[in-house]
Design a protein around this ligand. Structure first.
Ligand code: FAD
Length: 473
């Protein structure tokens, strides 16, 4: 291969940020290279969104199968086959990975396996971190580019807790790749989105689950009422939650023994396995040549609103910059960064990023919560509809939940929505559309929603803003 190839754009990392940006650049006629040191698709496809939700597909079916009597179905002899669940996950991930490879090929994007180091604003060196059979290309390869986009993502962070480096203490990466179930009990350190999603999965798999969270509640970044509802629903299913509790150390007896402290003192709890889910660390190690650096914000790369770093021609997006760590945010930022590079009209509104949590029931939120809107000085009106009045929820024997909508009382524009119920993650789209396009409660209220669906509850929540919901007492 040409040792000094030139590209219009060099992208480092092929997660949802990088590969989407590559396709966008190619659509704009740019000669694009993408460098990846692990599997195509990044964290999201290989160790994040897709594998967790694939596990969850099985855990939910298992949970539902154990509760089928109510629906008039009896099955005996139900058991889990973790080997098959793991194998199925691999099949699904590899199928989607092939899809991404085909898309990159169809868009004539040069995919370069290896680890990238940025030399200066226009040069990137790539070192293969593995040797393939009949590999003739062992030398580092140097590429030059008019622009460089950093989309290197993040990896699990292990806090400095005494005893954390022991067997059966794992991060999400390892938990997703093991065939073993911590049969009796899984302890989860960290009650954020990742911790709570795993709690939901393993509870449904039939494990005893316990969560230790340092803040005053699980999902501390969510609306308070939502996190209370989730905590209640998890507790009802037997998940133990210790908030305002800090893990001190972990030792080993027959099982792992975890020491944690709350306001009442020091406590002990045991488990066969421990998941550490206390946050993630940006992937910037070795990314820059020693005499070259970019301005940082903590461990993250600093960018402006156009995703430009402190060095001209170098951009950064996704988990490696500050802000929400979500796949669709990374993709949208990637598109925006490429549009900015080439002076193309901006096609995506980045201010309203829906965030979703795939527990049972699901949680979704977009825009401002009531509290946030008030803090910003809005005089707000809210509408809320409990799903227990929604026929689809009742007939499906779904868990209860609600839809809450927040709007500006001066013009009835939608400011935000928080949903907790089945299919919340699909329904949040309607509110995102409303916020991005400045729609009002009247605009949303004019729409006919089919019966029986979960979506009918959107109509009711909107009507409830003016106390005019039909199906509410
Ligand atoms: P990544 O997806 O992390 O991709 C970066 C890639 O760059 C990686 O493959 C990495 O190996 C590679 N790389 C790093 N350094 C170099 C280098 N020097 N040279 C070459 N390659 C390099 N988000 C959601 O929206 N929905 C979910 O349901 C969801 N579930 C999640 C569940 C879990 C367990 C986890 C951990 C995350 C989840 N996320 C979810 C978050 C989501 O995965 C991330 O926000 C998203 O993957 C970030 O995309 P990215 O493109 O910035 O980086």
């Amino acid at each position: 291969a040409d040792m000094n190839e030139h590209f219009d754009l060099i992208i480092i990392g092929s997660g949802p940020g990088g590969y989407v940006a590559a396709i966008k650049a190619s659509q704009l006629g740019k000669k694009t290279a993408i460098i990846e040191n692990r599997e195509l698709g990044g964290t999201c496809l290989n160790r994040g969104c897709i594998p967790t939700k694939t596990f969850m597909h099985s855990s939910r079916l298992f949970y539902e199968a154990r509760n089928l009597q109510e629906a008039g179905i009896e099955i005996d002899g139900l058991h889990l086959d973790m080997n098959r669940i793991q194998e199925r996950k691999e099949e699904i991930v590899s199928r989607i990975r092939k899809g991404i490879k085909s898309l990159l090929d169809a868009n004539k994007i040069t995919v370069i396996p290896g680890t990238a180091t940025i030399m200066d604003s226009h040069r990137v060196r790539v070192i293969k971190n593995w040797a393939e059979e009949q590999d003739t290309e062992q030398e580092p390869r140097e590429l030059s580019g008019d622009n460089i986009l950093i989309a290197t993502g993040s990896k699990p962070f292990l806090p400095p807790i005494e005893g954390i480096e022991q067997e059966h203490i794992v991060t999400s990466d390892q938990l997703l790749s093991t065939n073993e179930l911590p049969y009796h009990k899984l302890l989860i350190i960290g009650g954020g989105v990742i911790g709570v999603e795993f709690a939901s999965i393993y509870q449904e798999f039939g494990c005893q689950v316990e969560i230790i969270e340092a803040m005053d509640r699980i999902l501390p970044s969510m609306d308070k009422e939502i996190s209370q509802s989730v905590a209640m629903s998890l507790k009802k299913k037997g998940v133990k939650i210790h908030a305002k509790s800090v893990v001190k150390k972990i030792s080993k007896r027959d099982q792992l023994l975890c020491e944690y402290e709350d306001s009442t003192g020091v406590h002990l709890t045991q488990a066969e396995g421990i998941l550490v889910a206390v946050g993630r660390k940006a992937n910037t190690e070795g990314l820059f040549q020693p005499d070259f650096s970019l301005e940082m914000e903590g461990d993250k790369i600093k960018v402006n609103e156009n995703f430009e770093t402190s060095k001209e021609h170098i951009y950064a997006i996704g988990d490696v910059i500050k802000g929400v760590q979500l796949a669709h945010a990374a993709s949208a930022q990637g598109i925006r960064a490429v549009e900015n590079m080439y002076g193309v009209k901006q096609s995506i509104e980045l201010s309203a990023i829906p965030s979703c949590i795939y527990t049972n029931p699901e949680i979704a939120s977009v825009g401002l919560t009531e509290e946030e809107a008030k803090e910003k000085g809005y005089i707000v009106k809210t509408g809320k509809y409990p799903m227990l009045g929604n026929s689809k929820t009742v007939l499906s024997a779904d868990e209860r939940g609600y839809i809450k909508v927040v709007c500006d009382s001066s013009n009835n524009k939608i400011l935000g929505a928080q949903i907790i119920c089945t299919r919340a993650t699909d329904m949040i789209g309607e509110f995102t559309t409303a916020i991005v396009n400045g729609l009002t409660t009247e605009d949303l209220g004019r729409v006919i929603r089919p019966h029986p669906t979960y979506g009918e509850a959107i109509t009711e929540a909107i009507e409830d803003v003016d106390n005019m919901a039909i199906h509410i007492m």
